[in-house]
Design a protein around this ligand. Sequence first.
Ligand SMILES: C[S@@+](CC[C@H](N)C(=O)[O-])C[C@H]1O[C@@H](n2cnc3c(N)ncnc32)[C@H](O)[C@@H]1O
Length: 300
Amino acid sequence: MPCKTPTSPNNSPPWAPDPPRVGQALRALRARLRENPDSADPAAQEAEWLLAHVLGWPRSRLWSHAETPLSVAQWDQLAALASRRLTGEPLAYLTGQTGFHALTLAVGPASLIPRPETELLVETALALAVPAAARVADLGTGSGAIALALAAERPHWQVVAVDRSAAALAVARANAEHLGLAGRVHCVQADWCAPLAPAGCDLIVANPPYLAADDPHLPTLRHEPRSALVAGPTGLEDLARIIHEAAASLAPEGWLLLEHGWDQGQAVQDLLTAAGYRTVTGRQDFAGHDRIGLGQRPHP
Ligand SMILES: C[S@@+](CC[C@H](N)C(=O)[O-])C[C@H]1O[C@@H](n2cnc3c(N)ncnc32)[C@H](O)[C@@H]1O
């Protein structure tokens, strides 16, 4: 570790010239990661994730093998990952995976890292009264998170996962293969509702870009694709397009579910109502903010 490791009087780490053991490495890594102001997880947890990733171990094995020495290559790799984390690169991009709903998904810089709040969209979708063999579309699938979580929970649903980005779809396809869901989640590169048949969906879900182009959080999110985050000058542009287009793609009792920003609940419900959707309502996150807008297909 280049800095902030426990040092001996001559300023070298106490294990020098050999690489440290697992327990020593964890302590040094924690100390280093505490320098990161953007850390979403406490440094202790991040250190465990990174070390487990480098060793190819489950996290639970680290403390029962605290005396196992690292190789020089592992220690160098760990130091490089810590440096990248300190520049703000998300932990999930460093380990190449993240947890979402009941799944572990591969992620990379081509796709947004699925967020815990998107699990609310999945739970809301699973609670709806839809046909047993529902035809479902996930618009802007990214890593495939929503489509795959729904397919994993509902073996009879047929799911199409749409994204405009070929690179993001490649991540979704790889996740579908790895999870054994490729036969039931069909990935299509397209613009929003373009590939959907008229009245062909019982459920359409989407977590589209919803940030405004001048959103002050964008610098913190700089490692993720801007095309997955920014909708346009107001942030509502993609939500409005999907609300408009999805009406023709929904079956008569079909539902549209949209994730949106914490301050966009009223605007999204107004857009749904203005477009003639029925049963318009919202769902709140744990902080009490509206994060999901939903409604049923407008009467023709
Ligand atoms: C906020 S990300 C959501 C990713 C994933 N569904 C999730 O919840 O983690 C939005 C996704 O919409 C895709 N997207 C943006 N514009 C699109 C369009 N016009 N048609 C289809 N997909 C689009 C982006 O490539 C990106 O993958």
